[in-house]
Design a protein around this ligand. Sequence first.
Ligand code: AMP
Length: 286
Amino acid sequence: MILARTRAEVREWVAAQRREGQRTALVPTMGSLHEGHLSLVGIGAACGPVCLSIFVNPLQFGPNEDFSRYPRDLEGDLELARSAGVSLVFAPSVEEMYPGGEPWVSIVPDRGADVLCGRSRPGHFRGVLTVVAKLLNICTPDVAVFGRKDYQQLTLIRRMVSDLDMAINVVAGPIVREPDGLAMSSRNRYLSASDRQSALALVRALDRCERLFEGGERDPELFRQLLGNSVDPGVSVEYGEVMDPETLESTSRVAQGTLCAIAARVGATRLIDNHLLGSGSPLASI
Ligand code: AMP
């Protein structure tokens, strides 16, 4: 496995893969790798050699967010990446990615970014789309793999690739969960033992929504109430939304495939999770 620190090294590697007739896959991450990230590597490997990027992107963090204390563990990440069969890890510095400082030109979504996480994180998706576009331009992969865990991010990336005619196949991976159902996240490391228990309120709320749906309920207000009213006093729900999974617009009628999305503070940690109704209990896949 190669560790590349510069864009030039990645371009050289990609050119060498092309010369050998290989298709390549990109898995962008912010590191602190877990099974969720590694599942995306597995999906990418079906296409060809996998480039995994590790970059904590300052452009997508707000001034009061956790950029400086975001967990970083390059040594551990390299071990996990190697064991997952990654061919190249791209771990650039901030200076390597933004040599001129804050970019003059960035990618600003016109729709879909003022709801869900975008509401409380202004500028977040501009940062995400800009860094993803840069990574796609640097790595020029045939396939780029993203997790459904970050559903709004996945939707906006799909739209960017389609609206800007990028010749890349975006593939989505399912949400990987801990044995008790908590969606895996690098931020789970912030949780104290009691926060860790409280954090289960998110997946339990999504599971209750699925059971409500399977029982025949179709009124979105009841689903919103279920998501919005956490039963755990340690959990403060930021949003509990029921949306069209394509347009991310609030829906007036729940149907197969409707998106239930939740964000909550558990202690000082902000967690997100989601579920597509009618796809079985989110606790069943464990
Ligand atoms: P992050 O390092 O949090 O920016 O995530 C990098 C990629 O991994 C994104 O495409 C995420 O959606 C995906 N990801 C994060 N957590 C999970 C999970 N629990 N299951 C599946 N994919 C995930």
